[in-house]
Design a protein around this ligand. Sequence first.
Ligand SMILES: *Cc1c(COP(=O)(O)O)cnc(C)c1O
Length: 394
Amino acid sequence: MADSYEWHPETALIHEGINRSQFMETAESIVMTSGYVYESAEEAEHAFKSDGTRFVYSRYANPTVATFQNRLAKLEGAEGCFATASGMSAVYNALIASVQKGDRIVASKALFGSCQFILSELLPRGGVHTDFVDGTDIDQWEEALSKPAKVVFLETPSNPTLEVIDLPKVSELAHKAGAIVIVDNVFATPGNQKPLELGADVVVYSATKHIDGQGRCLGGAILGTEEFLKEKVTPFIRHTGPCISPFNAWLLLKGLETLPLRVERMSSSALKVSETLEGHEKLNRVLYPLLDSHPQKALAQSQMGHGGSVVTLDLKGGKEEAFKFLNALQIISISNNLGDSKSLATHPTTTTHQRLSDEERAGMGITDGMVRISIGLENADDLIQDISNALSKL
Ligand SMILES: *Cc1c(COP(=O)(O)O)cnc(C)c1O
């Protein structure tokens, strides 16, 4: 094999950048340290002068965190990665590092609740204004991006309605308006949709979701060019400290080893669940990007390898029936998390999207009968059985 042979992502996720100690441990070591020592005062002086040549403090960089960052960057096809303490610290830092007072952001309105909060409540305090558009409507993007903007922020597929946004088209419009495109890629899942190849500039993750995938810890990541990370993101991370614990980075590192396997299984089960339940008498609709009934199935197929792990059911009978359904589930737990090996179901109207007004929810297509199900690693037939049983109680 030639030395220049590029590993496939699955291989890189197991072996890339391993940094063994003198004990030659098989598994990646956890370098649980806040600081680092120097052999001499001269060495300390040199370390601070020639920035980045060695580890100086774990708010800046840490060996275990670095291994995680390198592997995730490989999977994403990004030049670099910064890991953060949570998905929200990744989103916030990517945004705040990209804007200044007076700048304008254009964002899709179907966003994760806290992302919406940052854009509509926090950033305006610093004089940064956001215009929201219906992400599926290219005319609205065109209109909003006919004026200069600094950043386009979007999520595709969206939560919980699984609407798909045209990444190449929106990226083209954004670049013409002078904006960089930041994509929250959580619902598409890492490796399955590569926004950077589709025209976007920056990808952010909540690693809490599929990357950990086992409900153990929070984490986040910002991926993009070396230049963006070095010039824009690094100063913010260094001086504001949203850094991840080496222990959590290690959990996420172990999560990466099995990520492609887990996500492939989750999404093949999600497709099976959605196909089986479509047309059920107790349901208005089943929402899943790869169903024939999904209005953007072709777009989803062109941007995503598979449909992801989330299926949304729209139950007839609103909140009352949705609650009855949730309470009747035996295997699937009620939880607002997602991407876990355990299947989880949530009622967006009263949990994740509770902060929004009725009009805002309606504008996002969220109904009172909606239940979002994150499909885990249980046997798909058992999940179908669990859902069918619960529906039969209505
Ligand atoms: C969970 C989530 C976040 C926030 O991540 P945390 O790790 O909980 O901080 C942001 N965006 C999306 C789409 C998410 O699902």
